[in-house]
Design a protein. Structure first.
Length: 125
């Protein structure tokens, strides 16, 4: 069985065991969607030390730290999924993995009129 299939099964099994925890289910749905589009993240999702419940706990911890004295806290989707991706060590949605990112190209120096060639000079006219 390919890593992507094993990772999909693992995430789905964790979701099934967490049927009473809608937050965990949402995270699992996000990961299965990402896995379909990006099977290369399978290896990180197969890490036995990482679980959906653990990722949810990380998000909850973030919320508790950032509730600013209120009795409740809300974490927006982008922040929650960012924490999830960081937890599993996968690139954020829409972000290329480090090894696939194109290196920055050096900026071209500005040309001066002396650097430009006249078409007449090239044609020997």
């Amino acid at each position: 069985m390919a890593d992507a299939d094993r990772a999909m099964d693992r995430v789905r099994d964790e979701m099934a065991k967490s049927s009473g925890k809608p937050g965990v289910i949402v995270l699992g749905n996000y990961l299965t969607g990402r896995l379909r589009k990006e099977p290369g993240i399978a290896e990180q999702l197969l890490n036995e030390k990482k679980t959906l419940a653990g990722a949810f706990s990380e998000i909850r911890g973030y919320a508790e730290k950032n509730r600013n004295g209120l009795k409740f806290a809300v974490v927006d989707d982008a922040t929650a999924y960012g924490i999830l991706c960081e937890y599993y060590g996968i690139p954020k949605d829409g972000e290329a993995p480090a090894e696939e990112q194109e290196p920055e190209k050096p900026a071209k120096p500005a040309q001066t009129p002396a650097d430009e060639l006249e078409i007449d000079a090239l044609l020997n006219i």
